[in-house]
Design a protein around this ligand. Structure first.
Ligand SMILES: [Zn+2]
Length: 194
């Protein structure tokens, strides 16, 4: 396990968490009320229209999203910063549904998340990543941090990665203000993901 010594964001993230509920479900519950939205589920044509899952702003609580470091939120999935980042800008895309494998999602949701993921890669390129690791650990045996709720990792890589990350024992040191990174990603998300 990695212990992150730079973690001022941990308390608001974890303080509201009920021990019995999954961390990601807890975020989902706070940022998306599935009963309040009636999005247009009909495509005008056969092309996948990624924006049809957008949540109108009136159904979102931007303040809570910010508090939880959620930079993207639609009716099928959300994007949140990783609290134990491998590099500055490491985030995850997560379905609102509590499933532990893509095999349990409808193909529609799976394709939608990957469509957002493709845009997220373009977003990280503008963010300044020289390379990107994208990946999923499916269930505990594969090393998933939160094995019961599927999440896709996006890790921007930089030529100078080693300047950002110093490994001291099992502690990763994080040198850049987390909040500033979140603000930058949020701004880029407005341009690329919505
Ligand atoms: Zn969950």
């Amino acid at each position: 396990m990695y212990n992150n010594i730079y973690s001022p964001w941990r308390s608001p993230y974890f303080s509201s968490i009920d021990n019995d509920i999954c961390v990601f479900c807890n975020i989902s519950k706070q940022i998306f009320n599935s009963n309040s939205i009636n999005y247009d589920n009909n495509c005008a044509n056969n092309e996948h229209n990624i924006n049809r899952y957008s949540l109108p702003k009136k159904y979102r609580n931007i303040e809570i999203e910010k508090e939880l470091y959620v930079f993207y939120n639609d009716s099928l999935c959300f994007g949140v910063m990783n609290l134990y980042p491998y590099t500055p800008g490491h985030f995850m895309l997560i379905p609102h549904s509590h499933v532990d494998s893509p095999s349990l999602l409808s193909q529609e949701i799976w394709l939608h998340i990957n469509g957002i993921g493709q845009r997220a890669i373009a977003m990280l390129e503008e963010y300044g990543a020289s390379g990107i690791n994208m990946g999923i650990n499916i269930r505990q045996a594969a090393g998933a941090g939160i094995p019961k709720h599927l999440h896709l990792h996006f890790v921007p890589r930089f030529e100078s990665d080693t300047n950002f990350i110093t490994v001291i024992g099992n502690t990763r040191v994080y040198g850049i203000e987390f909040k500033l990174i979140f603000d930058k990603i949020t701004k880029l998300a407005e341009k690329y993901l919505y």
